[in-house]
Design a protein around this ligand. Sequence first.
Ligand code: MD3
Ligand code: FE
Length: 215
Amino acid sequence: MQADLFADESKAGRWPIAPGAVVLHGFALPEENALLADITPLLAAAPFRQLVTPGGYVMSVAMSNCGQLGWVSDLKGYRYAALDPQTNQPWPAMPPIFLQLARRAAAVAGFAGFEPDACLINCYQPGARLSLHQDRNERDFDAPIVSVSLGLPATFLFGGLQRSDRSQRISLQHGDVVVWGGPARLRYHGVLALKPGNHPLLGAQRINLTFRKAG
Ligand code: MD3
Ligand code: FE
């Protein structure tokens, strides 16, 4: 049980990287197998796909979603949608373990009462990257975003409130959970191209879960 491994959950591996942003190193490790077991059936119902940006570029990161709302992009723009445009079916439900992990991480970081209704699932193969952007399709910026990194490590770029602000580089490893809220919520961020490698559980990929209150 998590409670035994991290008897003092409020302090274990907790690193503030900026006001409103807290890295919880290894926070998801006790649940790595349960998370991965739950991801498999989700992806059978809503497979990873490479979305097209409004500018007409195919994203290198492949994406899927679970929860009441899912983030999608096409030539018409970015938005949250209740139906998977590929199947016209609702996104798979958010597994209880996902929801509990997101709530627990948010509470540790000072955001009690976080109730995500969307979980974006990003899949990076070597070379895949996410250019600098803000997450601003959610209705309420008071709610934080919780991210869970699984598989190969990545270098995360954490910028400022303006695109031109300098970015800091943060290494995110398998099992790391980051909570981004308050003054960090609208900061620009991105992910450098994934380096090749082999993760014992996930092979040559990185999967990132981001929990949001979108609606
Ligand atoms: C900082 N995903 O899906 S998670 C995204 O690793 C996204 O897949 C990255 O950026 C990934 O939109 C980074 C970390 C993250 C997520 C949202 C943020 C950092 C954030 C929102 C505001 C500030
Ligand atoms: Fe983002």
